[in-house]
Design a protein around this ligand. Structure first.
Ligand SMILES: [Zn+2]
Length: 415
């Protein structure tokens, strides 16, 4: 039986049909998807997913935060299941592939094993994590975070959306507050297939990214207080908060470049307190997002950015408050699971490279409690969180085939 395994491939047409079928739940006129977590559209895709898993012979369990676990039995009941999957929620202007590919490729893996009559030693558990995107409820990746023990379930259930609806009420409204305690369904490993959401694979014409790390993230809240003055004030008398911010923008660009390619730094929000055409800005709030796959570089970035800000504050005679709002250390995926992904990719003959995930993923959260890795496939122009997000059928199928053979390697084949 095992000799035919190298030739085992998923059914690309069937998976492609599923991707377009599920894109109808929340489909937008521009060809994207708007499927906010725990919305009516989310209920529709969840119902579809549950039915498809049951038709594939799986039992579907739902935990207290709505995460779904479809279980395909293995021969050895004492073994923990091999987890695969991703998320079915999208951004308000999301695409057809972000998250969805990882779940539907997982479904395709289960169907392929059924078609081939293959029994694995360990069970396989296909997971749909609740609220990966974080656009309706903060934080992003909340259910996998709670699963890994980063948040309590009570804390997450009480979070509110912009209309004041709690996570608990939203789960009840769509019938997906499950009986299973969060974090109780243990898995032996977890593998998530995802589009890259960056330009590297496409630019280097590689089919598969073997993800070995996830970037660490530093978030800061900053405020610059100078002095509002008449726009006729001579330049040397000013304490211009916006000019100070301009220097900070350029300083962090230089600092991040000095650690290239292992650092990026972004000021994505800046608000002048009382903007006026003929007033020198005196009060500006801003945020900063700094990322690196290397913990030591994160520490260096923090020190260099703080020192640059102190220098700018004193030269420009402004006060700058700069507080760390969040620090997530880099994710270092499990060497043996990363190795399994790499071997499956090589056996299938796909071009590949090792890669770091720039974005956060459920896999980054659960890596803390089980051996985990990710598989990336290219997406067009590196574009994601956009209705024009696109990936080719061949690349998606390649990713699903790598997921299939990684799963087989981790679960072990009986016959
Ligand atoms: Zn995603």
């Amino acid at each position: 039986m095992p000799q035919r395994l190298p030739n085992l491939h998923i059914n690309a047409d069937r998976m492609w049909t599923d991707i377009h079928e599920t894109a109808k739940f929340g489909g937008t006129p521009k060809g994207g998807v708007r499927r906010l977590t725990l919305s009516e559209e989310d209920r529709q895709v969840r119902d579809w997913f549950r039915k498809a898993c049951e038709a594939a012979g799986c039992e579907v369990h739902v935990d207290a935060l709505g995460s779904m676990f479809a279980l395909r039995p293995g021969k050895d009941k004492t073994k923990l299941p091999v987890g695969i999957g991703s998320h079915l929620d999208t951004q308000p202007t999301g695409g057809k592939f972000d998250g969805v590919l990882g779940v539907l490729a997982g479904l395709e893996v289960l169907r392929t094993l059924n078609d081939a009559g293959i029994e694995t030693d360990a069970p396989i558990c296909l997971v749909n994590w609740t609220n990966e995107e974080g656009s309706r409820y903060a934080p992003a990746m909340m259910a996998s975070g709670a699963y890994a023990g980063d948040f309590t379930v009570e804390d997450i259930l009480a979070r509110k959306d912009a209309d004041g609806i709690t996570v608990g009420a939203a789960l009840d409204a769509i019938g997906y507050r499950g009986p299973e305690p969060v974090g109780k369904r243990r898995l032996g490993a977890f593998v998530e297939l995802h589009i890259e959401q960056g330009p590297i694979l496409e630019r280097e014409q590689k089919t598969i990214g073997v993800v070995e790390r996830g970037q660490g993230i530093l978030w800061y809240d900053g405020r610059i207080v100078g002095m509002e003055r008449h726009a006729s004030t001579p330049m040397e008398y000013r304490q211009d908060a916006l000019a100070a911010l301009a220097e900070i923008v350029l300083a962090i660009e230089t600092i991040a470049k000095s650690h290239a390619p292992n650092a990026v730094a972004t000021i994505g929000e800046a608000v002048i307190a009382a903007p006026s055409r003929n007033v020198v800005p005196g009060d500006i709030a801003f945020t900063m997002d700094v990322r690196s796959p290397d913990g030591a570089i994160m520490t260096a970035l923090d020190a260099e950015i703080r020192s640059a800000i102190m220098d700018i504050a004193s030269r420009r005679r402004v006060e700058i408050a700069f507080d760390n709002a969040w620090r997530k250390p880099p994710t270092i995926f499990d060497a043996s699971v990363v190795g399994a992904v790499e071997q499956a990719t090589a056996a299938l003959g796909y071009s590949n490279r090792r890669i770091t995930s720039g974005a956060g993923h459920d896999a980054c959260n659960v890596n803390a409690v089980m051996p985990t890795a990710m598989i990336f496939v290219p997406c067009k122009d590196g574009l994601s969180h956009n209705e024009l997000e696109d990936a080719t059928k061949d690349d998606c199928a390649a990713g699903a085939n790598v997921l299939l053979h990684t799963t087989l390697a981790l679960a072990g084949v009986v016959g």
